[in-house]
Write a protein that binds this ligand. Structure first.
Ligand SMILES: [Zn+2]
Length: 237
């Protein structure tokens, strides 16, 4: 399913109109999807405590996002928040996550981004701790679905952090945040942003395991990479 934003609704609409929209079946479906992805992140140990956050762009200048101080594994649709693209909370009983500013800066910088996913999967975060992207040209899925970059460390939730990440969204859909974690985005829907997280984490885990075998890891040749890039284009990625 594509999270296509309804063009008409915007933060300039009246509170009752926003409320009606936020309680519509369309938003309910997105809220269910956010809770589902949160559960999947928690079950795979990609988040700990109240860490991680998710956002989906809706309308012209709005986003539904996760609240602060809640385990992402146990959210209910009524826990979610509606914010404008500057991070002002418009609706929702719980307070929005402070890290939403980063998601919104990504969405403003990259108009194609409709959904974003941030968490701390341990093997990918291990690479974030050394401030280096994992080497590429080793596994097909990673080459096809993830375009990786590394953002330097900044205090989580600060506008500077959001700016550094947003600047990478032009050519990266999977971004390691040094000494912190990972954020992914999708131009299609939240599930695709989450898949990128799974693919990256699995790749990093496999790579770390392969390094322990003590033999050189084989890398794709130029010709093999060309074939994979053709596949990628075929998927419209
Ligand atoms: Zn974080």
């Amino acid at each position: 399913m594509k999270n296509s934003p309804p063009e008409l609704i915007s933060c300039r609409h009246s509170k009752p109109a926003l409320k009606k929209f936020f309680n519509s079946p369309q938003c309910r479906e997105l809220k269910d999807q956010i809770c589902d992805m949160g559960r999947r992140m928690w079950q795979r140990a990609y988040v700990e405590g109240n860490g991680g956050n998710l956002a989906v762009r809706v309308g012209r200048d709005l986003a539904i996002c996760t609240p602060t101080m809640i385990s992402k594994g146990f959210m209910k649709p009524e826990d979610l928040c509606l914010v404008d693209l500057d991070g002002n909370q418009l609706l929702g009983q719980r307070k929005r996550t402070s890290e939403i500013l980063m998601h919104l800066q990504m969405m403003k910088h990259q108009p194609k981004a409709v959904a974003s996913c941030h968490c701390h999967p341990p093997h990918a975060t291990a690479f974030a701790l050394i401030g280096e992207a994992p080497p590429t040209r080793m596994l097909p899925e990673f080459e096809v679905f993830c375009a990786i970059g590394v953002a330097p460390y900044c205090t989580p939730g600060s506008p500077e952090m959001g700016k550094l990440v947003a600047e990478l969204t032009g050519h990266c859909n999977t971004i390691l945040m040094a000494s912190h974690g990972v954020v992914t985005w999708s131009g299609k829907n939240l599930e695709e942003a989450y898949w990128r997280m799974e693919i990256l984490e699995s790749y990093c885990r496999t790579l770390i395991a392969a390094r322990q075998l003590g033999k050189p890891i084989k890398r794709f040749s130029h010709g093999q990479m060309k074939e994979l890039m053709k596949l990628k284009q075929g998927f419209g990625l």
